[in-house]
Write a protein that binds this ligand. Structure first.
Ligand SMILES: [Zn+2]
Length: 130
Protein backbone atom coordinates (compact mmCIF):
# COMPACT_ATOMS: atom_id res chain seq x y z
CA UNK A 1 0.00 0.00 0.00
CA UNK A 2 0.98 3.62 -0.41
CA UNK A 3 1.91 5.72 2.59
CA UNK A 4 3.50 9.09 3.30
CA UNK A 5 7.11 9.17 4.45
CA UNK A 6 9.42 12.03 5.37
CA UNK A 7 11.79 13.27 2.72
CA UNK A 8 14.33 16.04 2.33
CA UNK A 9 13.62 16.17 -1.41
CA UNK A 10 12.60 19.65 -2.61
CA UNK A 11 13.48 21.16 0.78
CA UNK A 12 14.23 24.85 0.40
CA UNK A 13 11.75 25.47 -2.40
CA UNK A 14 9.88 27.54 0.13
CA UNK A 15 11.57 29.90 2.53
CA UNK A 16 9.42 28.44 5.30
CA UNK A 17 10.61 24.85 4.76
CA UNK A 18 11.99 22.75 7.59
CA UNK A 19 12.96 19.10 7.89
CA UNK A 20 13.63 17.59 11.31
CA UNK A 21 12.38 14.09 10.53
CA UNK A 22 14.30 10.93 9.78
CA UNK A 23 14.45 10.34 6.04
CA UNK A 24 11.91 7.68 5.08
CA UNK A 25 10.02 7.46 8.37
CA UNK A 26 6.23 7.30 8.29
CA UNK A 27 4.54 10.64 8.77
CA UNK A 28 1.04 11.73 9.68
CA UNK A 29 -0.88 14.92 9.11
CA UNK A 30 -1.21 16.59 12.46
CA UNK A 31 -3.96 18.96 13.44
CA UNK A 32 -3.30 22.67 12.98
CA UNK A 33 -3.21 24.80 16.13
CA UNK A 34 -5.30 27.99 16.45
CA UNK A 35 -2.26 30.20 15.88
CA UNK A 36 -1.50 28.83 12.40
CA UNK A 37 -5.01 27.92 11.33
CA UNK A 38 -5.23 30.72 8.80
CA UNK A 39 -1.66 30.68 7.56
CA UNK A 40 0.33 27.69 6.29
CA UNK A 41 3.51 29.77 6.64
CA UNK A 42 2.71 30.77 10.21
CA UNK A 43 5.12 30.94 13.10
CA UNK A 44 4.27 27.57 14.63
CA UNK A 45 4.77 25.64 11.41
CA UNK A 46 2.13 22.97 11.98
CA UNK A 47 -0.05 24.18 9.09
CA UNK A 48 2.65 23.04 6.66
CA UNK A 49 4.00 20.13 8.69
CA UNK A 50 3.94 16.36 8.57
CA UNK A 51 4.69 14.64 11.88
CA UNK A 52 7.24 11.81 12.01
CA UNK A 53 5.94 8.68 13.74
CA UNK A 54 9.38 7.64 14.97
CA UNK A 55 11.27 10.87 15.51
CA UNK A 56 8.25 12.80 16.84
CA UNK A 57 9.62 15.71 14.88
CA UNK A 58 8.29 17.25 11.70
CA UNK A 59 8.97 18.14 8.11
CA UNK A 60 7.31 20.20 5.40
CA UNK A 61 7.93 17.62 2.68
CA UNK A 62 6.50 14.12 2.35
CA UNK A 63 7.03 11.47 -0.30
CA UNK A 64 4.55 8.84 -1.42
CA UNK A 65 6.11 5.42 -0.86
CA UNK A 66 4.92 1.91 -1.65
CA UNK A 67 5.61 -0.21 1.43
CA UNK A 68 4.80 -3.73 2.54
CA UNK A 69 2.44 -2.68 5.31
CA UNK A 70 -1.17 -3.59 5.89
CA UNK A 71 -3.72 -1.07 7.13
CA UNK A 72 -3.53 -2.78 10.52
CA UNK A 73 0.28 -2.27 10.57
CA UNK A 74 -0.17 1.36 9.60
CA UNK A 75 -2.74 1.87 12.36
CA UNK A 76 -0.46 0.18 14.88
CA UNK A 77 2.44 2.47 13.89
CA UNK A 78 0.23 5.51 14.45
CA UNK A 79 -1.04 4.18 17.74
CA UNK A 80 2.38 3.30 19.14
CA UNK A 81 3.74 6.69 18.07
CA UNK A 82 0.97 8.41 20.01
CA UNK A 83 1.58 6.17 23.00
CA UNK A 84 5.26 7.17 22.98
CA UNK A 85 4.09 10.77 23.12
CA UNK A 86 2.01 9.99 26.18
CA UNK A 87 -1.39 9.70 24.55
CA UNK A 88 -3.71 6.78 24.87
CA UNK A 89 -5.34 6.52 21.45
CA UNK A 90 -8.15 4.07 20.83
CA UNK A 91 -7.80 1.33 18.21
CA UNK A 92 -10.60 2.85 16.17
CA UNK A 93 -8.98 6.32 16.11
CA UNK A 94 -5.67 4.94 14.87
CA UNK A 95 -7.39 2.79 12.26
CA UNK A 96 -9.51 5.67 11.03
CA UNK A 97 -6.41 7.84 10.70
CA UNK A 98 -4.58 5.06 8.83
CA UNK A 99 -7.53 4.71 6.45
CA UNK A 100 -7.60 8.47 5.85
CA UNK A 101 -3.85 8.66 5.19
CA UNK A 102 -3.92 5.63 2.87
CA UNK A 103 -6.86 7.09 0.97
CA UNK A 104 -4.90 10.30 0.41
CA UNK A 105 -1.63 8.57 -0.48
CA UNK A 106 -3.23 6.29 -3.06
CA UNK A 107 -4.18 9.34 -5.13
CA UNK A 108 -0.54 10.11 -6.01
CA UNK A 109 2.06 8.20 -8.03
CA UNK A 110 4.92 6.60 -6.05
CA UNK A 111 7.78 9.00 -5.30
CA UNK A 112 5.63 12.10 -5.62
CA UNK A 113 6.84 14.77 -3.23
CA UNK A 114 4.09 16.75 -1.55
CA UNK A 115 3.81 19.78 0.62
CA UNK A 116 1.02 20.66 2.95
CA UNK A 117 -0.93 23.91 2.89
CA UNK A 118 -3.21 23.59 5.92
CA UNK A 119 -5.86 21.06 4.86
CA UNK A 120 -4.59 20.67 1.32
CA UNK A 121 -1.78 18.56 -0.11
CA UNK A 122 0.02 20.13 -3.07
CA UNK A 123 2.43 18.29 -5.34
CA UNK A 124 5.99 19.56 -5.66
CA UNK A 125 7.39 16.80 -7.77
CA UNK A 126 5.24 14.19 -9.47
CA UNK A 127 6.41 10.59 -9.27
CA UNK A 128 5.65 7.74 -11.64
CA UNK A 129 3.89 4.52 -10.73
CA UNK A 130 5.83 1.41 -11.71
ZN1 LIG B 1 0.80 25.09 15.42
Amino acid sequence: MKVFVATAQTQGERGSDYHWCIEGELVRIVEVCPRDRGDPDGGCGCGRGFGGLNSHRSTTTARVAEVGLTLADYALAIQSSEQQEGWNPCDECAMSEAVDLAAMAVAWPVDSVLERRLDELVVRSLGVDA
